[in-house]
Design a protein. Sequence first.
Length: 607
Amino acid sequence: MRQRLIYLFEFYVLTMILFAVGKWGFMHFNAEVYPYTNHDLLRVFRNGLSLDASTALYFLIVPFLATAVSIWWNGWSRLRYLLIGYSALVALALALAYIADVSLYPFWGFKLDASCLQYLSTPGEAFASVSGWYLLGRIVAFILLTAFIGGLYYLIIPKTVQRSRRTTESILYAGMIPFIVIGIRGGVDESTTNVGQVYFSQHQFLNHAAVNPVFSFLSSFEKSANHIVDYDYYDEQQCRRLTGGLYPTSSNGTDTLLTTSRPDIVIILMESAGGQFTEIGGRKDIMPRLNQLADEGIYFSNCYANSWRTDRGTVSTLSGYPSFPTSSVMKMPKKTQQLPGIARSLRNEGYATACLYGGDINFTHMRSYLVNTGFSQLTWKNDYPAEQQSTAKWGVRDDLTFETLNYMLTQLERHQPLLIGYSTLSSHEPWDVPVRHFKNRVLNAFWYLDQCIGQFIDQLKKSPQWKNTLIILLPDHGINFAGVDEMNPLRNHIPMIWTGGAVKEPRRIEKLCNQTDLAATLLGQLGIAHDDFCWSRDVLSDSYTYPFAVHNYTEGFSVMDSTGYIIYDLPSQRIAKSQSTDAQRLERMGKALLQATTKDLKTLGKR
């Protein structure tokens, strides 16, 4: 038994050491272009550890199974040959990953992934940028590295193993399985192991260095939320004609709503809090404090969510970037590093930037997205005491994180304006909140969120910071509830409210707009250029002459303007519902926008 366990332990430790050495090699051979310090190296090791640990467990599966079989089968000599062959394959994979990663990064600027395979069909073009000596050197390095790594794995394979205490060993092995599975998955929380969980720095090279290249390559084969589906409805010229002028990027004659051009700004994304729970849906009892804030502040009463999920809605809000039916931009770190971001734009103007979330910030690659788009300080579930980390199904409940938000605004010493992005989480299934106001648990969760918002506002009003603070509240998306689904525009009709002492006077903005328009509208109010937000419009600008809103969900999209709205079903390729006097035009425009935005997404990271 001891021999088997020692072998498994040595295999795992050796793999972890090789991963660490690989990180050092990646940084060392790119140091001329991307200099780093020893402190940077230590941070890369530390932050990359969780992804390395999970990846090493993947490699451990075959040795684990082989040694488990040897408990009951007296055929170790054959199993040993199997392990020798497997060790050679692991050595081959690691060497190839390390050499390819180090060699391609100076050209690509992103981590090794499956996109390199597309160049194998045209090797002439792929190798046109390098010399024969360059290729020869890489081939020799690959052979030597494979031999060296394979030799290390060979040395730890036991020559013989003893068969004793079969039942005890079998029970022990069975007990190890859950720990291996949990380790591979990355824990028991909702998020699973992903590339974005190791992002920690505004220096993109350090984030890439922390990523395990083997995991990055294998995970890039996933063809679900991070797969970009092509929508080819029109030729390029016709598509441009249908979409031309729909998204002006300038701010002309913008109406001024604020008392200062550099307020502290808090953007609160209210989980799932669509208009059906507010006065928009005729309900004044579910979220009365939010309705009150709409009356007291600037109320964008005709705003629509771009998507139906938090990862999509967050990107639409903070980057002014459109959503897609099946693709999640947040789950594409290579893409998100090219996105514009409200945080980055404000940081360039001297703002400190922070983000607060009570859940797992690694879920759906949220960490990498936030870091990539300009948020410098991240506060999340693991920053709270252990007894608070599970106060809600998704993490720390909202009343506790609102207290943190108040502290960040009023207590932390700072000498520059502040932007805080904050996502609530308690108004989400399973709707577990610490109060009981409505019998219906869904309505109860939104009433709880509303009370948290009200208490936060009441406390902030008592502080000197209130006078110079702009608070923007809007949902990340709506939800299906009480018969309201994607066939009903109310599902995606969301309130957007600007409040705080920095608001000049109460206003009601009735222009039709999207969640994506927050970026350009806010930056326009601050006098900051927003040309890079090419899918966001300044709603208050004279350039916004054609108000319309779009929404995408898994199986379709909707388009709305002054003529009404249509809902288009993608699987059946037809209009599923129409209440418009010009439905065919809206269909053409919706298809063209889906085609144009998808093309834009595909070019991110290649510009």
